[in-house]
Design a protein around this ligand. Sequence first.
Ligand code: SF4
Length: 277
Amino acid sequence: MSNALLPPAPDAGKPPAGKLTPPRRRAPGSHPAAKGKETELGRTRRARRINRTLAAAFPDAHAELDFSNPLELLVATVLSAQTTDVRVNQVTPALFATYRTAQDYAAANQAEVEALIRPTGFYRAKAANLIGLGQKLVTDFGGEVPVALEDLVTLPGVGRKTAHVVRGNVFGKPGLTVDTHFQRLVARLALSAQRDPVKIEREIAQIIPASEWTMFSHRLIFHGRRVCHAKKPACGACPIAFDCPDFGAGPTSPEEAAALVTGEEREHILGMLGDAQ
Ligand code: SF4
């Protein structure tokens, strides 16, 4: 399975010519959700509107880990703990070329796995998990990656987040991937006040249709990486500014905010400014 990005547009990364139109927005702090006055129905409708707007902003949202089969995505997701997908994608070509099957991981030498995955951090624990994961796949699942959530979470280093990534992206089973970006964004957007990932997952599952869970996760994570940065979000260039109770957490000037937007979708996102949502 390929998850390759579309090739960048020739002038990707350049801001559109001329003065930018601000996004549709409210005065900072004036959103009903910011004042604790939003109804449950209002929150549900807003969450679904945010999902639709992010779908238009990030039509190519996808898992950013490189993989070509379920085992590779499982391994890459285990390695992604406490590091970036970019760092994982740097080490997986050599790892995947060396270990192609669950049996290969089961029989692997710990020091050799550590040497290949060292740049991802926590490499001793991760190497032990990969070997243990291979052994359990061989003994309990015939060497194949299981589909069921309750089976996946029995594997070393695999929690609900990893299980949902695998189920959603290679088995077509909807899942909400509650990673650090997802947690940060649902809190900032006041879509969930929960802190525990499992409780967040349950709450968001109530307001976003199951058929959208996997893509909603990708879109929110894309938005968190490219527009709504933790320290300085690009509010003045944000396509969901109107629906965000934290609008104003970052620069609201379109020009200043535009400079903060990153990624291949940058020009497309800046081109959405001023569109009705
Ligand atoms: S960039 Fe600003 S307006 Fe957009 S979601 Fe983040 S905090 Fe809200």
